[in-house]
Design a protein around this ligand. Sequence first.
Ligand code: SF4
Length: 324
Amino acid sequence: MISLKEDKEKKYIEELKKKILRLKKIRNAVIIVHNYQRDEIQDIADISGDSLALSQAAVRTDAKVIAFCGVHFMAESASILNPDKTVLLPVIEAGCPMADMITPEKLYAKKLEYPDAAVVCYVNSSAEIKAESDICCTSSNAIEIVKSLKNKRIIFVPDRNLARYVQSQIPEKEIIPWNGFCPTHIRLQEEEVTLAKRLYPEAEFIAHPECQPDVLSLADHICSTGGMFTYVKKSLKKEFIIGTESGMLYKLKKENPQKRFYLPTAHLICPSMKLTTLGWVAHALEYMINEIKVSDEIRKKAKRSLDKMLEISGEKKWMAVSGY
Ligand code: SF4
Protein backbone atom coordinates (compact mmCIF):
# COMPACT_ATOMS: atom_id res chain seq x y z
CA MET A 1 0.00 0.00 0.00
CA ILE A 2 1.29 3.47 -0.88
CA SER A 3 1.59 5.79 2.15
CA LEU A 4 0.29 9.36 2.07
CA LYS A 5 3.88 10.64 1.99
CA GLU A 6 4.79 8.41 -0.96
CA ASP A 7 1.62 9.44 -2.78
CA LYS A 8 2.45 13.14 -2.31
CA GLU A 9 6.02 12.56 -3.54
CA LYS A 10 4.77 10.72 -6.60
CA LYS A 11 2.39 13.55 -7.45
CA TYR A 12 5.14 16.12 -6.91
CA ILE A 13 7.45 14.22 -9.30
CA GLU A 14 4.72 13.99 -11.94
CA GLU A 15 4.04 17.74 -11.61
CA LEU A 16 7.74 18.50 -12.06
CA LYS A 17 7.93 16.27 -15.14
CA LYS A 18 4.95 18.10 -16.67
CA LYS A 19 6.54 21.45 -15.87
CA ILE A 20 9.78 20.37 -17.56
CA LEU A 21 7.86 19.24 -20.64
CA ARG A 22 6.13 22.62 -20.80
CA LEU A 23 9.39 24.53 -20.40
CA LYS A 24 11.08 22.37 -23.00
CA LYS A 25 8.54 23.47 -25.60
CA ILE A 26 8.73 27.12 -24.63
CA ARG A 27 12.54 27.14 -24.75
CA ASN A 28 12.87 24.84 -27.78
CA ALA A 29 15.12 22.67 -25.63
CA VAL A 30 16.44 19.13 -25.71
CA ILE A 31 17.27 17.21 -22.54
CA ILE A 32 20.31 15.03 -22.77
CA VAL A 33 21.19 12.71 -19.95
CA HIS A 34 24.25 10.70 -19.01
CA ASN A 35 23.86 7.03 -18.11
CA TYR A 36 24.93 7.70 -14.50
CA GLN A 37 22.11 10.13 -13.71
CA ARG A 38 19.23 9.47 -11.27
CA ASP A 39 16.43 7.20 -12.55
CA GLU A 40 13.86 10.00 -12.72
CA ILE A 41 16.26 12.15 -14.75
CA GLN A 42 16.80 9.27 -17.17
CA ASP A 43 12.99 9.17 -17.54
CA ILE A 44 12.85 12.72 -18.92
CA ALA A 45 15.74 12.22 -21.38
CA ASP A 46 15.28 12.97 -25.05
CA ILE A 47 18.65 11.34 -25.56
CA SER A 48 20.68 9.31 -23.08
CA GLY A 49 24.09 7.70 -23.40
CA ASP A 50 27.86 8.27 -23.11
CA SER A 51 29.33 11.73 -22.63
CA LEU A 52 30.62 12.46 -26.09
CA ALA A 53 27.91 10.47 -27.85
CA LEU A 54 25.53 12.91 -26.18
CA SER A 55 27.47 15.89 -27.46
CA GLN A 56 27.41 14.45 -30.98
CA ALA A 57 23.69 13.90 -30.71
CA ALA A 58 23.37 17.51 -29.59
CA VAL A 59 25.03 18.66 -32.83
CA ARG A 60 22.25 17.01 -34.81
CA THR A 61 19.38 18.48 -32.85
CA ASP A 62 17.44 21.50 -34.10
CA ALA A 63 16.78 22.60 -30.53
CA LYS A 64 18.16 25.97 -29.50
CA VAL A 65 18.79 25.00 -25.89
CA ILE A 66 20.54 21.93 -24.49
CA ALA A 67 19.83 21.02 -20.87
CA PHE A 68 22.79 18.74 -20.14
CA CYS A 69 22.16 16.42 -17.21
CA GLY A 70 25.66 15.27 -16.39
CA VAL A 71 28.83 16.90 -15.10
CA HIS A 72 30.69 20.05 -16.10
CA PHE A 73 33.16 18.61 -18.65
CA MET A 74 30.28 17.00 -20.58
CA ALA A 75 28.33 20.24 -20.87
CA GLU A 76 31.58 21.91 -21.89
CA SER A 77 32.11 19.37 -24.71
CA ALA A 78 28.54 20.02 -25.86
CA SER A 79 29.27 23.75 -25.88
CA ILE A 80 32.58 23.28 -27.75
CA LEU A 81 30.79 21.31 -30.46
CA ASN A 82 27.68 23.55 -30.48
CA PRO A 83 28.83 27.14 -30.03
CA ASP A 84 25.56 28.53 -31.41
CA LYS A 85 23.38 26.70 -28.91
CA THR A 86 22.74 27.54 -25.28
CA VAL A 87 24.06 24.73 -23.11
CA LEU A 88 22.74 24.64 -19.55
CA LEU A 89 24.14 22.56 -16.72
CA PRO A 90 21.25 22.36 -14.19
CA VAL A 91 23.63 22.19 -11.20
CA ILE A 92 26.70 24.32 -11.76
CA GLU A 93 28.59 22.57 -8.91
CA ALA A 94 28.36 19.19 -10.67
CA GLY A 95 32.03 18.77 -11.49
CA CYS A 96 34.18 15.70 -12.04
CA PRO A 97 36.94 15.19 -9.43
CA MET A 98 39.03 13.25 -11.97
CA ALA A 99 38.89 16.10 -14.49
CA ASP A 100 40.12 18.41 -11.71
CA MET A 101 43.23 16.28 -11.07
CA ILE A 102 45.16 17.96 -13.86
CA THR A 103 45.92 21.59 -14.69
CA PRO A 104 47.11 23.07 -18.00
CA GLU A 105 50.32 24.30 -16.28
CA LYS A 106 51.21 20.83 -15.01
CA LEU A 107 50.42 19.26 -18.37
CA TYR A 108 52.61 21.84 -20.07
CA ALA A 109 55.49 20.92 -17.74
CA LYS A 110 54.99 17.22 -18.54
CA LYS A 111 55.09 17.98 -22.26
CA LEU A 112 58.46 19.72 -21.77
CA GLU A 113 59.72 16.62 -19.98
CA TYR A 114 58.72 14.37 -22.91
CA PRO A 115 58.98 16.53 -26.07
CA ASP A 116 58.67 13.51 -28.36
CA ALA A 117 55.37 12.32 -26.84
CA ALA A 118 51.86 12.88 -28.15
CA VAL A 119 49.23 13.88 -25.58
CA VAL A 120 46.08 11.79 -25.59
CA CYS A 121 43.33 13.19 -23.46
CA TYR A 122 40.35 11.24 -22.17
CA VAL A 123 37.15 13.24 -22.77
CA ASN A 124 36.68 13.36 -18.98
CA SER A 125 38.78 16.52 -18.83
CA SER A 126 38.34 20.27 -18.99
CA ALA A 127 38.29 22.32 -22.20
CA GLU A 128 41.73 23.76 -21.27
CA ILE A 129 43.24 20.26 -21.08
CA LYS A 130 41.62 19.25 -24.37
CA ALA A 131 43.09 22.43 -25.88
CA GLU A 132 46.60 21.44 -24.69
CA SER A 133 46.27 17.88 -26.06
CA ASP A 134 46.97 16.42 -29.49
CA ILE A 135 43.86 14.29 -29.59
CA CYS A 136 40.95 13.16 -27.39
CA CYS A 137 39.69 9.65 -26.77
CA THR A 138 36.77 7.95 -25.04
CA SER A 139 36.88 4.77 -23.01
CA SER A 140 35.53 2.93 -26.04
CA ASN A 141 38.03 4.12 -28.64
CA ALA A 142 41.17 4.78 -26.51
CA ILE A 143 43.04 1.75 -27.89
CA GLU A 144 42.21 2.63 -31.49
CA ILE A 145 43.24 6.26 -30.99
CA VAL A 146 46.59 5.43 -29.35
CA LYS A 147 47.36 2.81 -32.03
CA SER A 148 46.67 5.36 -34.75
CA LEU A 149 49.42 7.71 -33.55
CA LYS A 150 52.94 7.59 -35.00
CA ASN A 151 54.55 8.56 -31.69
CA LYS A 152 55.96 5.69 -29.68
CA ARG A 153 55.57 7.67 -26.49
CA ILE A 154 52.16 8.82 -25.31
CA ILE A 155 51.30 11.05 -22.36
CA PHE A 156 47.86 9.79 -21.39
CA VAL A 157 45.72 12.09 -19.23
CA PRO A 158 44.04 12.26 -16.75
CA ASP A 159 43.00 8.68 -15.83
CA ARG A 160 45.86 6.38 -14.79
CA ASN A 161 43.60 3.30 -14.85
CA LEU A 162 42.45 3.80 -18.42
CA ALA A 163 46.09 4.59 -19.31
CA ARG A 164 47.28 1.31 -17.76
CA TYR A 165 44.54 -0.62 -19.50
CA VAL A 166 45.55 0.89 -22.85
CA GLN A 167 49.21 0.06 -22.08
CA SER A 168 48.28 -3.58 -21.42
CA GLN A 169 46.66 -3.76 -24.86
CA ILE A 170 49.43 -1.92 -26.75
CA PRO A 171 52.76 -3.11 -25.29
CA GLU A 172 54.71 -1.71 -28.26
CA LYS A 173 54.00 1.87 -27.10
CA GLU A 174 55.24 3.60 -23.97
CA ILE A 175 52.29 5.11 -22.14
CA ILE A 176 53.09 7.75 -19.54
CA PRO A 177 50.01 7.83 -17.32
CA TRP A 178 48.81 10.92 -15.50
CA ASN A 179 48.16 10.12 -11.86
CA GLY A 180 44.44 10.90 -11.93
CA PHE A 181 41.62 8.52 -11.13
CA CYS A 182 37.86 8.33 -10.78
CA PRO A 183 37.05 8.34 -7.05
CA THR A 184 33.90 6.32 -7.73
CA HIS A 185 35.43 3.52 -9.80
CA ILE A 186 38.46 3.08 -7.56
CA ARG A 187 36.13 2.29 -4.66
CA LEU A 188 35.43 -1.06 -6.23
CA GLN A 189 37.69 -3.65 -4.58
CA GLU A 190 38.96 -6.96 -5.91
CA GLU A 191 37.49 -8.84 -2.89
CA GLU A 192 34.04 -7.41 -3.57
CA VAL A 193 34.12 -8.65 -7.14
CA THR A 194 35.39 -12.07 -6.02
CA LEU A 195 32.53 -12.30 -3.53
CA ALA A 196 29.94 -11.22 -6.11
CA LYS A 197 31.28 -13.86 -8.51
CA ARG A 198 30.90 -16.48 -5.78
CA LEU A 199 27.33 -15.33 -5.07
CA TYR A 200 26.37 -15.26 -8.75
CA PRO A 201 28.48 -17.98 -10.39
CA GLU A 202 26.51 -17.83 -13.65
CA ALA A 203 27.02 -14.08 -14.07
CA GLU A 204 29.53 -12.41 -16.36
CA PHE A 205 31.53 -9.57 -14.84
CA ILE A 206 31.65 -6.48 -17.06
CA ALA A 207 33.96 -3.69 -15.93
CA HIS A 208 34.59 -0.10 -16.94
CA PRO A 209 38.28 0.62 -17.69
CA GLU A 210 38.30 3.34 -15.00
CA CYS A 211 38.39 0.47 -12.44
CA GLN A 212 41.69 -0.54 -10.86
CA PRO A 213 43.92 -3.09 -12.64
CA ASP A 214 43.30 -5.90 -10.10
CA VAL A 215 39.54 -5.48 -10.62
CA LEU A 216 39.96 -5.40 -14.40
CA SER A 217 41.96 -8.64 -14.24
CA LEU A 218 38.76 -10.36 -13.01
CA ALA A 219 36.57 -9.02 -15.82
CA ASP A 220 35.02 -11.16 -18.54
CA HIS A 221 34.64 -8.04 -20.62
CA ILE A 222 36.00 -4.49 -20.31
CA CYS A 223 34.16 -1.65 -22.04
CA SER A 224 32.58 1.79 -21.83
CA THR A 225 29.03 2.32 -20.53
CA GLY A 226 27.73 2.46 -24.09
CA GLY A 227 29.63 -0.75 -24.84
CA MET A 228 27.91 -2.42 -21.90
CA PHE A 229 24.47 -1.98 -23.45
CA THR A 230 25.64 -3.49 -26.73
CA TYR A 231 27.45 -6.36 -24.99
CA VAL A 232 24.54 -7.28 -22.70
CA LYS A 233 22.07 -7.23 -25.57
CA LYS A 234 24.22 -9.59 -27.65
CA SER A 235 25.30 -11.91 -24.83
CA LEU A 236 23.55 -15.24 -24.37
CA LYS A 237 24.16 -14.97 -20.63
CA LYS A 238 21.26 -14.07 -18.36
CA GLU A 239 23.14 -12.52 -15.40
CA PHE A 240 25.72 -9.75 -15.18
CA ILE A 241 27.80 -8.16 -12.44
CA ILE A 242 28.26 -4.52 -13.42
CA GLY A 243 31.54 -2.80 -12.55
CA THR A 244 30.59 0.82 -13.02
CA GLU A 245 28.40 3.58 -11.55
CA SER A 246 25.04 2.42 -10.14
CA GLY A 247 22.94 4.60 -12.50
CA MET A 248 23.69 2.13 -15.30
CA LEU A 249 21.43 -0.50 -13.79
CA TYR A 250 18.23 1.45 -14.42
CA LYS A 251 18.48 1.45 -18.22
CA LEU A 252 20.14 -1.97 -18.38
CA LYS A 253 17.15 -3.47 -16.54
CA LYS A 254 14.66 -1.47 -18.60
CA GLU A 255 16.19 -2.56 -21.91
CA ASN A 256 16.77 -6.17 -20.84
CA PRO A 257 13.85 -7.16 -18.58
CA GLN A 258 14.60 -10.87 -18.97
CA LYS A 259 18.17 -10.46 -17.65
CA ARG A 260 19.50 -9.85 -14.14
CA PHE A 261 22.06 -7.26 -13.06
CA TYR A 262 24.06 -7.00 -9.84
CA LEU A 263 26.33 -4.34 -8.40
CA PRO A 264 29.34 -5.82 -6.58
CA THR A 265 29.21 -3.03 -3.98
CA ALA A 266 26.74 -0.37 -2.85
CA HIS A 267 29.52 2.26 -3.04
CA LEU A 268 29.50 2.70 -6.81
CA ILE A 269 27.77 6.07 -6.68
CA CYS A 270 29.19 9.24 -8.19
CA PRO A 271 28.02 12.08 -5.90
CA SER A 272 28.45 14.68 -8.66
CA MET A 273 26.23 12.76 -11.06
CA LYS A 274 23.49 12.53 -8.45
CA LEU A 275 23.35 16.30 -7.82
CA THR A 276 20.96 16.86 -10.72
CA THR A 277 17.30 16.60 -9.70
CA LEU A 278 14.06 17.27 -11.56
CA GLY A 279 13.69 20.47 -9.57
CA TRP A 280 17.07 21.78 -10.76
CA VAL A 281 16.33 20.90 -14.38
CA ALA A 282 13.03 22.80 -14.19
CA HIS A 283 14.77 25.73 -12.47
CA ALA A 284 17.51 25.96 -15.12
CA LEU A 285 14.98 25.90 -17.97
CA GLU A 286 12.63 28.35 -16.31
CA TYR A 287 15.28 30.99 -15.56
CA MET A 288 17.80 30.01 -18.27
CA ILE A 289 20.64 29.91 -15.77
CA ASN A 290 23.95 28.03 -15.53
CA GLU A 291 24.96 28.46 -19.15
CA ILE A 292 28.28 26.79 -19.98
CA LYS A 293 30.50 28.82 -22.27
CA VAL A 294 34.07 28.29 -23.43
CA SER A 295 36.23 31.17 -24.65
CA ASP A 296 36.70 31.18 -28.41
CA GLU A 297 40.46 30.69 -28.18
CA ILE A 298 40.20 27.57 -25.98
CA ARG A 299 37.15 26.30 -27.82
CA LYS A 300 38.87 26.24 -31.21
CA LYS A 301 41.89 24.34 -29.86
CA ALA A 302 39.78 21.90 -27.84
CA LYS A 303 37.53 21.27 -30.83
CA ARG A 304 40.58 20.36 -32.90
CA SER A 305 41.41 17.54 -30.44
CA LEU A 306 37.82 16.30 -30.48
CA ASP A 307 37.57 16.51 -34.28
CA LYS A 308 40.81 14.56 -34.74
CA MET A 309 39.40 11.76 -32.62
CA LEU A 310 36.23 11.65 -34.67
CA GLU A 311 38.19 11.64 -37.92
CA ILE A 312 40.10 8.54 -36.81
CA SER A 313 37.23 6.72 -35.20
CA GLY A 314 34.71 7.78 -37.83
CA GLU A 315 31.54 9.17 -36.37
CA LYS A 316 29.34 6.26 -37.48
CA LYS A 317 31.74 3.63 -36.23
CA TRP A 318 32.28 5.57 -33.03
CA MET A 319 28.56 5.84 -32.38
CA ALA A 320 28.29 2.09 -32.82
CA VAL A 321 31.02 1.30 -30.31
CA SER A 322 29.75 3.84 -27.81
CA GLY A 323 26.33 2.28 -28.02
CA TYR A 324 24.58 5.49 -28.88
S1 SF4 B 1 31.96 8.69 -12.32
FE1 SF4 B 1 34.08 9.33 -12.00
S2 SF4 B 1 34.79 10.09 -13.97
FE2 SF4 B 1 32.53 10.03 -14.03
S3 SF4 B 1 31.89 12.07 -13.38
FE3 SF4 B 1 31.93 10.80 -11.55
S4 SF4 B 1 34.00 11.15 -10.71
FE4 SF4 B 1 34.04 11.87 -12.82
